[in-house]
Design a protein. Structure first.
Length: 218
């Protein structure tokens, strides 16, 4: 039985992007179930029919349901060890999980002020000190990973992995809001944006026509 991944709008849903990339970039077969967000009670009930959390993404594997992006990545890593979503070395694996958890739970100012909206015209906005601090910390994470593991490959820990999936929407946020970053961080962004699965998601998001007004304020 093929995996089933329930996602929201590719234009807006950063959490869906993380789980989707972890699968697609590793050529793991799955059925994509798209449910548009914030369109009414019927679609809300459709999401609830898959997961009582009422949120996307949700991964269904037979009678197993996982309803959190990072938990989905962990499940995929266990289910498909050949994908090597986490580094084999214990120290590198701990590092990758630490920055992924930091992304999962932090950077709220950047999230709130620079929402993911692929259709938004590229341009800078005034950011709070907290958002600027978030940007600086993300740059530090990326540059440190590239400095430590750059000889192993162009992604954060060499090959594409779970940590890259977790930071993928940030690449879009930095691009969309014309956020200036150091050259090493820009090189990492270019690497991510050249990933075929990243490009596939982006093109599909740009092809969407549904507008969610609450996400169009910035």
């Amino acid at each position: 039985m093929a995996l089933k991944l329930v996602i929201g709008n590719k234009n807006y849903s950063s959490w869906s992007m993380r789980a989707w990339l972890a699968l697609r970039a590793n050529n793991i077969e799955f059925e994509e179930v798209f449910i548009p967000l914030y369109t009414g009670e019927a679609d809300k009930q459709r999401i609830l029919s898959f997961t009582h959390s009422g949120k996307v993404p949700a991964l269904i594997d037979g009678d197993v349901t996982i309803w959190d992006s990072l938990a989905i990545i962990e499940y995929i890593a266990e289910r498909f060890p050949e994908a090597r979503l986490w580094p084999e070395d214990r120290a590198r694996r701990a590092h990758a999980r630490s920055i992924s958890a930091e992304m999962h739970s932090g950077f709220m100012a950047l999230r709130n002020e620079c929402g993911m909206n692929l259709h938004r015209p590229i341009g800078a906005i005034a950011l709070s000190a907290d958002a600027r601090a978030n940007i600086g910390r993300i740059e530090q994470i990326w540059i440190e990973c590239r400095w430590r593991y750059g000889k192993m490959g162009p992604f954060l820990f060499g090959d594409f992995g779970g940590a890259d999936a977790m930071f993928a929407p940030v690449v879009h946020r930095f691009r969309i809001y014309a956020i200036e970053v150091a050259p090493d961080a820009r090189d990492y962004m270019d690497t991510m944006m050249s990933l075929p699965a990243f490009q596939e998601w982006t093109q599909a998001g740009l092809a969407e026509t549904l507008v969610i007004e609450k996400f169009e304020a910035v």
